[in-house]
Ligand binder design. Structure first.
Ligand code: ADP
Ligand code: MG
Length: 318
């Protein structure tokens, strides 16, 4: 079983001629992906160093609590205690990630579901939070997630949390907040395809079938304080020994990987954590059911679909 990262779906698009105010770029590895910080304006190099240090620390704090691969983190401790009745103390990043996950889960009829960990593990996507891989739908019953301020427990043994659909978005939000406090320059933070910044930036949606350096399919302005995220199955694929490939986003109702003609979903939202959760949910739902879920939400969507003649088709929401 091999998991490889092919590409992030959202790219910063530089203006054609931009020699004067070209942003300074910082890059680091975290949360199983690449994080990028672009800083522009006067003194961008020095300001960027301070922003980079602050952003990196903020991301690490989120990863420590929300990773399914950190045994000491809340995700693994809550999962290990599932069914025991014990309340597990949680931190602010875990609480914020789970709040967003449960909010979007409720608004999408469970298309987004932070209890998919046993299912993913059963399909070959190992999760450190899972002791028994299983596709049993009862282990994805959201009413079994019990909360108290600063504490959480899962009612049923065998349940396990997976905050992989929201953690990078939360990391982007908190890294952006840290960068804002560190210097006054305009910046764009990209946490593995979850983008948020200060000042207006142009962002592009990548062709889900194309090479990482191919021209973006769509370019649009991202106003400061607005966030965008893309979810698609081409980014990570588990390749089974028999050669079959499956994506890492699953439909919690069917237990099957999202497939069919929906190739990716992009969500624009007031925060990166919401954009992250919604992009995953909208990828699961597809345009028709996705648009229904979006009614009354401050979230805009773009789906990229495969047309029968193997060209691409676009749908927007709400
Ligand atoms: P990426 O991690 O490639 O940016 P997503 O934001 O869509 O993509 O998150 C995918 C991750 O979300 C998976 O790796 C898994 O941890 C988790 N996940 C998969 N399916 C679901 C689902 N239906 N609801 C919530 N989380 C999911
Ligand atoms: Mg997501």
């Amino acid at each position: 079983m091999m998991v490889r990262t092919v590409a992030v779906a959202l790219v910063f698009v530089a203006a054609a001629l931009m020699a004067v105010d070209e942003p300074v770029a910082f890059e680091w590895a975290a949360m199983g992906t690449t994080m990028r910080l672009l800083v522009r304006g006067g003194g961008a190099r020095e300001a960027g160093e301070a922003m980079f240090a602050a952003a990196r620390a903020a991301v690490e704090a989120v990863e420590a609590e929300t990773s399914a691969f950190r045994p000491d983190g809340a995700v693994c401790r809550v999962s290990a205690a599932a069914g025991s009745g014990e309340w597990i103390a949680t931190g602010p990043a875990f609480d914020a990630a789970l709040d967003a996950a449960l909010d979007v889960a409720a608004k999408t009829g469970g298309a987004f579901n932070p209890l998919v960990a046993p299912l993913l593990a059963a399909r070959g996507f190992g999760r450190g939070s899972v002791s028994r891989p299983s596709d049993d739908a009862a282990l994805r019953d959201l009413s079994a997630v019990e909360r108290r301020p600063g504490a959480c427990r899962l009612a049923r043994s065998g349940m396990a949390l997976d905050l992989g659909g929201v953690a990078k978005g939360l990391g982007a939000d908190l890294a952006a907040a840290a960068a804002r406090a560190a210097a006054t320059n305009e910046f764009l933070l990209d946490a593995g395809g979850n983008l948020v910044g200060r000042g207006a930036w142009s962002v592009g949606v990548r062709d889900p079938r194309g090479a990482a350096d191919a021209l973006p399919l769509r370019v649009f302005p991202l106003p400061g304080g607005t966030a965008v995220s893309t979810s698609g199955n081409y980014e990570r694929r588990a390749v089974a020994p028999d050669g079959t490939a499956a994506g890492h986003v699953f439909d919690p109702r069917t237990g099957l990987p999202v497939g069919g003609d929906v190739l990716q979903a992009t969500a624009v939202a007031p925060s990166a954590v919401l954009a992250d959760a919604w992009s995953t949910a909208l990828f699961v739902l597809g345009p028709e059911r996705g648009r229904a879920a979006l009614s009354g939400e401050n979230v805009a969507a773009l789906w990229v679909l495969a047309a029968p003649d193997s060209s691409l088709r676009f749908e927007t929401g709400p």
